[in-house]
Design a protein around this ligand. Structure first.
Ligand code: MLT
Length: 396
């Protein structure tokens, strides 16, 4: 008889954001017509930049004409898009080849799919609190997970020690959910560690566009030695509002080799087998992101979300609530008041002031007692949510 993948038994009942949506729906079903202030999942609220929309329209028009019509796209991505991404890296002094860039349908898809490259016996080191898909995708693949807790004692930025192990190392900087960012020197420590033990870093750079401190690296490839130990997974979801449009890219250096096998070649083999690539129209839209006009427009959207973050932070300051993040990242990570548990605080905010955030414990045990607010909401909702939180928190 066919045997299901028994690893699924090890998973929690449902995925964090699904759980939050379900609890919120139960509440709105019981309170028809009530408005919810959604500061939970990091879903953007601004429309795509007009240069992206124009490029998407042109892409559609291309598909209507015999001369410009495109059928199957190259599985690993169109050169016209790779060129713009190469330029984006080049502006930060990182030299990559077109062949080292793989266009994907988004970072979350890629973070799960990329695990195909590694033997199932390889362990995964997850710095927690962490984006829950790292753990869940590793569990589905039957991998041993090593949890490395982070906390305010190390600024949510743990470093490798002599006891650290892990074949795959997930690093997310700017971090989801804490907003913490690794400095160059700190990342160098992880790179040296990975090279010394033959590990591979899966660097999640989904939030790099939010970095405002000049000396904070946007890419692991700004660190010497990363080209022999890292894969970088990027997304246009938060950078350019592509959460619903779906587009991302992954960088796998040609020099990333283990036991004589080149991961770049392996990923080409994987992609050419398992996908026919991302749609032509969407890639056209993506290519507009890194044009002069696109960069200007996405910069405006990011400024808007950063102002939202400041509005939320001011409310927390007034209520004397401890938090971090919100500066180089779109998330604010706060300590629940009065030693409340994460879900207890979630329920309090939902039931008393109709604000939905993300319970910290959903990002792993190290997140218990913390809570995440997203700055991706609309300005009106963010202002009202901040006001309601200020009032409630001051009264506790
Ligand atoms: C988050 O809220 O952590 C992210 O938006 C979820 C995701 O990117 O899938």
């Amino acid at each position: 008889m066919l045997r299901p993948n028994m690893n699924y038994r090890e998973l929690k009942d449902s995925y964090l954001f699904y759980n939050i949506a379900k609890k919120t729906r139960e509440y709105t079903d019981a309170h028809p017509g009530i408005h919810i202030y959604r500061m939970g999942i990091g879903d953007v609220s601004l429309p795509l930049a007009s240069s992206v929309i124009d490029a998407l329209h042109r892409g559609v028009d291309d598909q209507a004409k015999k001369d410009s019509f495109r059928g199957y796209m190259p599985e690993c991505g169109a050169d016209f898009l790779k060129e713009t991404i190469k330029g984006h890296y080049g502006r930060r002094g990182v030299d990559i080849l077109n062949d080292e860039i793989f266009i994907s349908s988004g970072a979350s898809d890629e973070l799960g799919n990329i695990l195909d490259l590694f033997d199932r016996s390889s362990s995964a080191l997850v710095i927690e609190p962490a984006y829950p898909a790292y753990v869940d995708a590793s569990i589905m693949a039957g991998r041993r997970i090593i949890h490395l807790p982070a906390g305010d004692w190390n600024g949510f930025l743990p470093l490798p020690s002599k006891d650290t192990e892990g074949d795959l190392i997930y690093i997310c900087s700017p971090n989801n959910p804490t907003g913490a960012v690794y400095s160059r020197d700190m990342l160098k420590k992880w790179v040296d560690f990975a090279n010394s033990r033959g590990s591979v870093i899966l660097f999640d750079a989904a939030y790099e566009a939010f970095i405002e401190d000049e000396d904070v690296p946007h890419s692991i490839f700004e660190i010497e030695g990363a080209e022999t130990c890292a894969i970088e997974i990027c997304s246009l979801s938060k950078t350019a509002g592509f959460t619903g449009t779906r587009l991302g890219y992954t960088v796998i250096p040609r020099s990333l080799i283990r036991e004589g096998m080149c991961f770049n070649d392996m990923w080409v083999r994987n992609r050419t087998t398992k996908t026919n690539g991302v749609s032509y129209i969407i890639q056209r839209g993506g290519a507009a992101v890194f044009t002069e006009e696109g960069i200007k427009e996405i910069g405006e959207a990011i400024k808007y979300y950063k102002e939202n973050a400041r509005i939320l932070m001011r409310a927390l300051d007034d209520a004397r609530v401890w938090y971090c993040g919100g500066k180089n990242a779109p998330y604010i990570w706060l300590r629940c008041p009065g030693d409340m548990g994460s879900w207890e605080f979630f329920n309090l905010l939902l039931h008393r002031i109709q604000v939905v955030g993300t319970p910290g414990v959903g990002f792993g045990a190290a997140g218990e007692g913390y809570f995440r607010l997203s700055s991706f909401g609309s300005r009106e909702d963010t202002k009202e949510a901040a006001e309601r939180m200020r009032e409630l928190l001051v009264s506790l």
